[in-house]
Write a protein that binds this ligand. Structure first.
Ligand code: EPZ
Length: 419
């Protein structure tokens, strides 16, 4: 077991370089199954979720060569199985992208029902609705999903719920289908655009990604030997932006796309922080206690749910009473109980949490419930008085590359200790 030990009282200062986006990488890697050839992928984040999906793809017969820490060549010519290992896929949420990819490639796949962070019920009815609309037969039972299709035929699909995963998965299943597929009420997150850009680089014909109507004209096959670089991680960049505000520091966030961060920037300005946009980097600083705010998480371009815990830390020490309404997930306030152990005064009820801003937090032993809660508790430990021991950090390693090193380079007193 490992833990992070953080000695608080630091104002973070300096530069941090953002890694490739986790939520793009975990979709692009399964999408290589549609290429049925060789892909060169750069700027992959060195995180455990990427390692897991690479291992699952190898189990299916893919050949993967790590050229450097963040760069692979993957050959999906020889896929010799349609059964993804249940014990691996059931623990890993994004394994559902194997369904859209393998339906498109060979019309047959069995995976474990997806696990992932405990944010409440994580249904996949919209994914299944899309696959069935394209002509697939999907059965769910004994903890697994089996999808089969003799042929996939393009059609129009109206999403009942704005869903990142379902939008990407239906896009994957449509790329090699016969005819045109239209996804209405599609999600618009930057990582969806990145998956579409990857597929188009390999010869797909996808238009409108990033808007709420995506059109996919099916093609006969994709082309091999393409090279693609994963988009910078919007959520990692936002995490460091809010770390600057919480610690009254001054951080230059490098290798990011500021327009992906507009909603976070707007909130930071609203609570009294400073933001300077340099095109491919963004400088965030604060020299006073943040003002109170009201936050509602929404699909992109609204305030990201994956930034909600990090915002919670800022509001826990803000001036006045703040409120967060979590509209996406039923249960994404577990971190508030951990912050209350550190002296915060937060009342969480269902999808709403009320934050009575306190002057300061105090170090304590706390537990990460998911990767964004874990990142938030690192920020809390950095600004608290005293020492914080953070447990269950395997959650954080799923989605943040070298996180303690990045914070240490900004002045944080943080060590990873093996128990
Ligand atoms: C993706 O999850 C991200 N994960 C999540 O990030 C993120 O919180 C979420 O999108 C929202 O932005 C990955 O990309 C691997 P959804 P996903 O489908 O695709 C409901 C992180 O921290 N819904 O957009 O599973 C669902 O219950 C993780 O990086 C259905 O009802 O989320 C939720 O209320 C945590 N039926 C809402 O839609 C469905 O078939 C949004 O879910 C699918 C979803």
């Amino acid at each position: 077991m490992e833990k992070l030990v953080i000695k608080g009282g630091t104002r973070l200062k300096g530069e941090v370089t953002i890694s490739g986006a986790k939520n793009a990488a975990v979709a692009i890697l399964p999408a290589t199954l549609l290429v049925n050839g060789i892909c060169h992928i750069n700027n992959l984040p060195n995180i455990s979720d990427v390692k897991i999906i690479c291992n699952i793809l190898k189990e299916l017969g893919a050949k993967i060569t790590w050229k450097k820490e963040n760069e692979i060549t993957i050959d999906t010519t020889e896929i010799n199985s349609t059964k993804a290992p249940l014990e691996m896929t059931s623990k890993f949420r994004a394994s559902y992208y194997l369904i859209g990819s393998m339906l498109g490639r060979c019309g047959n796949i069995e995976v474990g029902l997806p696990g992932g962070c405990n944010l409440g019920a994580r249904p996949i009815d919209q994914h299944i609705k899309g696959f069935e609309a394209l002509g697939a037969k999907v059965t769910v039972g004994q903890g697994k999903i089996h999808a089969k299709a003799k042929k996939l035929v393009g059609t129009s699909i109206y999403m009942d719920v704005v869903s990142v995963g379902a939008t990407i998965n239906i896009m994957l299943a449509s790329v090699l289908a016969e005819g045109t597929t239209t996804i209405d009420n599609a999600a618009k997150e930057p990582h969806i655009v990145d998956v579409a850009n990857f597929l188009n680089t390999m010869g797909a014909d996808i238009r409108g990604a990033g808007t709420d109507v995506i059109k996919i004209n099916g093609v006969k096959q994709l082309k091999s030997e393409g090279t693609y670089s994963v988009v910078p991680d919007q959520i990692e960049a936002g995490t460091f932006m809010l770390a600057a505000i919480a610690s009254k520091g001054d951080i230059l966030v490098k290798n990011c796309i500021p327009e992906h961060l507009d909603c976070i920037t707007a909130k930071i300005l609203e609570i009294g922080g400073n933001v300077e946009d340099y095109g491919d980097s963004i400088r965030v600083s604060a020299n006073k206690r943040p003002s109170k705010a009201s936050v509602k998480t929404l699909p992109y371009p609204g305030f990201p749910t994956d930034m909600q815990p990090q915002m919670g830390v800022v509001l826990s020490i803000a001036n006045g009473t703040s409120i967060i309404n979590e509209s996406i997930w039923e249960s994404r306030f577990q971190y508030t109980a951990e912050l209350n152990k550190m002296g915060a005064q937060i009342t969480a009820q269902g999808k709403t949490a009320v934050f009575e801003g306190v002057d300061k937090l105090y170090g304590a032993p706390v537990y990460a419930s998911d990767l964004r809660a874990g990142a938030a508790l690192i920020i809390a430990g950095i600004i608290a008085d005293g020492v914080t021991e953070l447990y269950n950090i395997e959650h954080i390693d799923r989605g943040y590359e070298n996180i303690e090193e990045k914070f240490r380079n900004l002045g944080a007193n943080i060590q990873r200790i093996s128990e």
